[in-house]
Ligand binder design. Structure first.
Ligand SMILES: [Zn+2]
Length: 491
């Protein structure tokens, strides 16, 4: 399956404070703080596997929709523009994959019916620069933010706003009806919708005190549930159930999310040692990891890697544990294995690249460079991959390339002025006409301030390949970058 996606706008930032921000209160204050997102190869793959067939059934090109995993344990999901957001809390709340499919199909209904124009407008106005923030997994643990272990990213207000979109009852009914159509088309039941809405509604009535955001954003009138029921039961697939394998896969995802996002104590209570299931080993390994109990963390995950040597996600966790606790050399092998198993995953390539960079020998740096370059090809706008690539170039003494990679990293973070500055600096050391030179020129052109800004080099020429000046000469002239074409609005 191709993983090429539309642009990703996730950035690096420590966002522990923002993690809970979007949770409970709907209002301007919460919106302003935005939401934080998770990046995780396993959960992303899981959601894609369930979403893409539904998107296709809806006539929505899957590659045009970005699935966001929102780091928020409240029960919510949203869709708008080219995004579908799924709270981690929704993933742990559902009891079956079919219930999760019901949510995906319902949100696809909103997308298909174009219900969230507000979000769409916000997103198109925002563009890259307004979308802020991320933290990445790794590093965050060392920085005293173990909750960030899964790979936290934060979008800014744009998508945060979507969290608080409220649909009308009419829109809800439309999305419901469409959701059943889509599920019929993929040959799956809508039973999950009835179970999920019914359960959420009951828990709302019984507990009373806990606001369920999904109910706020997707109002559930009595008539809506009965209309849904009537239609769902007509489907020839109504009786169709999830296979044990599918349920098992969901349990693993849930164990992982709980492991990373819950208090370790709670996780260890929920998955006691007497539980020798795969999800229990998984959750306990992560809980121990968060407790800095590396021996038990490794013991639990190695129970899994030994029994399931071809599971890339168990290997990834093993590598992550080793790397985060300073066993860098040992972490290389598990990370290498994840790539043998899943060659086209940028996150796996970044993991391996970081481990190799940490190891630091010349051969390892060269391999790190290759891995991180691959990651930036797989996810062109992954600013973290560029950032790590810049570190590798720095360690290799390739300063101009380090500047160029930094420029890319800053560009994809939306920091235009920085990107412009680093790209200009990079150009001074890069041979004119090379792909890297053009890459730097592209960044400068794309980040040139409206109406001029910083003075531009005069004597503008075409950037077509030209005979190269002697490279040695360049390093002696640390003055201005070569002239480039600045053609505002012309690209
Ligand atoms: Zn809805």
């Amino acid at each position: 399956m191709s993983r090429s996606r539309s642009q990703r706008n996730f950035f690096r930032r420590m966002v522990i404070a923002a993690m809970a921000a979007a949770t409970a209160v709907a209002g301007p204050a919460a919106q302003a703080q935005g939401i934080s997102l998770l990046r995780d190869a396993e959960i992303e793959k899981y959601l894609e596997d369930y979403s893409w067939p539904i998107f296709e059934a809806a006539g929505l090109p899957p590659s045009s929709i970005e699935i966001l995993i929102v780091n928020d344990q409240s029960i919510n999901a949203f869709a708008g523009g080219r995004y579908m957001g799924m709270n981690s809390g929704m993933i742990t709340f559902v009891e079956t994959p079919n219930e999760l499919e019901a949510v995906i199909a319902h949100e696809a209904g909103h997308l298909k019916a174009n219900h969230s124009t507000r979000t769409q407008d916000a997103a198109s106005n925002a563009g890259v620069p307004m979308l802020v923030g991320l933290v990445l997994a790794a590093g965050a643990v060392a920085a005293g933010a173990p909750d960030a272990g899964l790979g936290l990213f934060s979008l800014g207000q744009t998508v945060g706003t979507a969290n608080f979109l409220k649909y009308s009852r009419g829109q809800e009914s439309t999305a419901d009806q469409l959701s059943i159509t889509f599920l019929d088309r993929v040959g799956h039941s809508s039973q999950g919708a009835l179970d999920l809405w019914g359960r959420m509604r009951n828990s709302q009535i019984i507990t009373g005190n806990r606001i369920n955001p999904y109910f706020q954003t997707h109002p559930m009138a009595n008539t809506r549930l009965s209309a849904l029921k009537e239609r769902a039961q007509e489907s020839p697939y109504f009786e169709k159930e999830d296979s044990p394998e599918e349920i098992h896969r969901l349990r693993l995802i849930q164990a992982k999310i709980k492991g990373f996002l819950q208090e370790p104590n709670q996780t260890l209570r929920e998955y006691p040692l007497s539980d020798q299931s795969e999800p229990a080993h998984y959750a306990r390994s992560i809980a121990h990891y968060k407790y800095s109990d590396i021996e038990n963390a490794l013991k639990e995950v190695r129970t899994l890697t030994e029994a399931h040597p071809d599971n890339p996600y168990y290997r990834e966790l093993e590598g992550q544990i080793l790397f985060e606790y300073g066993r860098t050399l040992e972490s290389i092998e598990p990370h290498r294995r994840t790539i043998e198993l899943v060659p086209d995953n940028a996150l796996f390539r970044i993991n391996l690249g970081r481990a190799l960079l940490g190891a630091g020998g010349p051969e390892q740096l060269q391999e790190a460079e290759q891995e991180l370059k691959r990651a930036t090809i797989l996810e062109r706008d992954n600013s973290y991959a560029w950032f790590e690539l810049a570190r590798v170039y720095g360690a290799q003494g390739k300063e101009p390339l380090a500047d160029l990679a930094t420029a890319e990293s800053r560009f994809h973070l939306g920091a235009k002025a920085d990107a412009n500055r680093f790209a200009r600096r990079a150009m001074r050391g890069i041979r004119r006409g090379t792909p890297e030179w053009r890459q730097a020129a592209d960044i400068i052109m794309a980040t040139q301030p409206e109406g001029g800004g910083q003075p531009l080099p005069t004597g503008v020429e075409e950037d077509a390949p030209k005979p190269l000046p002697a490279p040695e000469e360049k390093s002696d002239r640390p003055d201005v970058p070569d002239p480039i074409v600045i053609n505002e609005g012309g690209r």
